[in-house]
Design a binder for this molecule. Structure first.
Ligand code: TYD
Length: 136
């Protein structure tokens, strides 16, 4: 089972304003099929709270900050994202929530798959049994 991890992105510091990037297959370990973003999150709201059967994601706090909370079925880990030159790689089959959004924060997420509702696992008990099957 692959591990989630923070990936530091290239950054070009410039007095005119800084620039960072990532591109297909470089910087991140999958081909990008889809991009979406989460914004205008009211204080205290939580997004996500599901796992994906097959898709991989890479999450960047383009603006502001938020926490990505991961659960592998046994333990929970929390990662705070607050710099636009760090991204968080989330492999498939990890339960993930995004919470503690700061005012005006912007979460950019790229996925290895086009949108497919059947790729979602929205029930935590079902997630745990799929994880257990996968580990066998
Ligand atoms: P969802 O991923 O369920 O958001 P969250 O887990 O944070 O509640 O997405 C919310 C809605 O948006 C859902 O009806 C599906 C739709 N959606 C798309 O159509 N395309 C996408 O790429 C995403 C991420 C969501």
């Amino acid at each position: 089972m692959e591990k989630a991890r923070i990936i530091e992105l290239p950054k070009f510091l410039d007095p005119r304003g800084n620039l960072s990037f990532f591109e297909n297959s470089n910087q991140i370990p999958f081909d990008i099929k889809r991009t979406y973003w989460i914004y205008d999150v009211p204080g205290g709201e939580i997004r996500g709270s599901h796992a994906f059967k097959k898709s991989y994601e890479f999450i960047v706090a383009l603006s502001g900050s938020f926490d990505v909370v991961l659960n592998d079925g046994e333990k929970e880990m929390k990662y705070s994202l607050n710099r636009s030159y760090y991204g968080f790689y989330v492999p498939k089959l990890l339960w993930r929530s995004i919470e503690n959004f700061s005012t005006n924060s912007l979460a950019l997420i790229v996925s290895s798959m086009s949108f497919d509702a059947s790729d979602y696992i929205r029930d935590f008990d079902e997630f745990k049994s799929i994880r257990n099957e996968f580990k066998k």
